[in-house]
Design a protein around this ligand. Structure first.
Ligand code: GNR
Ligand code: NI
Length: 178
């Protein structure tokens, strides 16, 4: 199972509106498995298909689950997801694997109800709060070509993108692309 390449800003493929999934075949199951592997390799809590160059409305999330004192993996797949209810406000300092090296606070909804298809194509519904709700909103944004930095107030956005450009220039100087 290969680890896929994660696209980074300003790759134009991160700005496309992803297409609904219509076929639940073996290739889709493989893509889902590869996305989980890619997400774990990158040490992220979520990953949307457009981040690996696939224009499909598919996201994977694993924020883990605490059982007593122990954390367990809790992999979840959401296909053609839509938020059908949302309320409250929850500020959260977000990061993104497609905008590596910076973080900034975004105000999201505190509670969302999500309607989606599971990996077999069966319709499901789920309620989420806390980091899970934040992550769902962050991943669904990717399906519409939106990055969390788009949601920052103008000055904060400018400073965050400046920092990003600076750290990108530094890492490019250390390891120039082939
Ligand atoms: O790994 C990630 N961490 C994170 C932290 C706070 C809010 C959102 C996220 S999602 C991010 C992975 C990612 O870029 N998914 O698209
Ligand atoms: Ni992201």
């Amino acid at each position: 199972m290969p680890v896929l390449e994660i696209l980074t800003h300003p790759d134009p493929r991160l700005r496309e509106i992803a297409r609904p999934v219509e076929v639940f075949d073996a290739a889709l199951q493989q893509l889902i498995d590869d996305m989980f592997e890619t997400m774990r390799h990158a040490v992220g809590v979520g990953l949307a298909a457009p981040q690996v160059g696939v224009s499909k409305r598919l996201v994977v999330i694993d924020i883990g689950r605490k059982d007593g004192e122990e954390w367990h993996p809790d992999p979840q797949v959401f296909i053609n997801p839509t938020i059908v209810e949302a309320d409250g406000e929850l500020p959260w300092k977000e990061g993104c694997l497609s905008v590596p090296g910076v973080r900034a606070e975004v105000v999201r909804c505190a509670r969302v109800v999500l309607s989606y298809l599971d990996r077999q194509g069966a319709p499901q519904r789920l309620e989420a709060g806390g980091l899970f709700a934040v992550c769902i909103q962050h991943e669904l944004d990717h399906l519409d070509g939106t990055l969390y930095v788009d949601r920052l107030p103008p000055l904060e956005q400018k400073l965050t993108l400046q920092d990003y450009e600076r750290s990108r220039a530094e890492s490019a100087a250390q390891s120039p692309p082939p």
